[in-house]
Design a protein around this ligand. Structure first.
Ligand SMILES: [Zn+2]
Length: 266
């Protein structure tokens, strides 16, 4: 058992390493799938032994082997988080992935693992570079729509549930478009607008509402906290993508419980 978990973790680290490449290249306008990794500063190709997930970063003391430029903490953090995502998926998946029968018993776990990785990419890309790459937004949307249509066409999901999920996505998109429009792009970026339809499709109704509630509540709390600590000045923006991702994940995992708990309170 422990050996398998270690293997799953290492497999996750390797994927995390790939996600780092995706994050860097999609936010810098280069193709995420071509060419070997180079140091962003000195452009030297990174050798395989300096490219081992998690380990190389610490062996190199967080510096490029060639030019000694500091390597961002993003690299080990994303690798570690992806490793954890894989282990969680392997251990906890059984209580979440309940579809049975071909092909859903395979498609469902794989789908959510890929969604988890895309959400992680959005989280880090927006946090570090302040943008949500179009390629990632489009991939997320195509996958979410394809998955929902597949579920409905094989009677795994009721058509009314798809309709409410689509309406959730449309309303959410209009809502973020309004925020983007009225804050003139300063408070909310257009990346948030383009992310909205996918979130509606993934969450459905009423979990879209739960997810957004969590995103705005935690975003507001953190903003007040940063203002009080003097880390941010009034009018400075904080990327909202990470909060949308966090709200979505929380609603996917605990949406039902949070919904009943909230209505029990009032
Ligand atoms: Zn270098």
């Amino acid at each position: 058992m422990a050996v398998i978990i270690l293997f799953v973790f290492i497999f996750g680290l390797v994927w995390g390493s790939f996600l780092n490449v995706v994050i860097y290249r999609t936010t810098h306008g280069t193709s995420p799938l071509s060419g070997r990794s180079v140091c962003p500063k000195c452009k030297r190709t990174i050798s395989w032994k300096h490219n081992i997930p998690l380990i190389s970063f610490f062996l190199l003391h967080g510096k490029c082997a060639n030019c000694k430029t500091r390597i961002s903490w993003q690299y080990p953090i994303v690798e570690f988080m992806t490793g954890i995502l894989f282990v969680w998926w392997y251990l906890m998946g059984k209580s979440f992935f309940l579809l049975w029968g071909q092909p859903w018993n395979y498609v469902q776990p794989v789908f959510w693992l890929i969604i988890g990785m895309l959400l992680l990419v959005i989280f880090i890309a927006d946090l570090r570079f302040g943008l949500i790459p179009d390629q990632v937004n489009i991939s997320l949307f195509v996958l979410a729509l394809g998955y929902r249509l597949g579920l409905v066409s094989t009677n795994q999901m009721q058509s009314p549930d798809l309709v409410t999920a689509v309406i959730s996505g449309l309303v959410l998109t209009a809502f973020f478009y309004g925020l983007w429009y009225f804050t003139k792009g300063r408070g909310f970026g257009f990346g948030d607008v383009k992310l909205a339809p996918s979130l509606g499709l993934l969450l459905g109704w009423p979990r879209t509402l739960t997810g957004m509630f969590i995103a705005f509540l935690t975003g507001a709390i953190l903003a007040v906290f940063l203002l009080l600590l003097g880390k941010k000045k009034f009018g400075q923006t904080i990327p909202f993508g990470p909060f949308l991702v966090w709200g979505t994940v929380a609603a996917l995992l605990w949406g039902q419980q949070l919904w009943s708990w909230y209505w029990g309170l009032i």
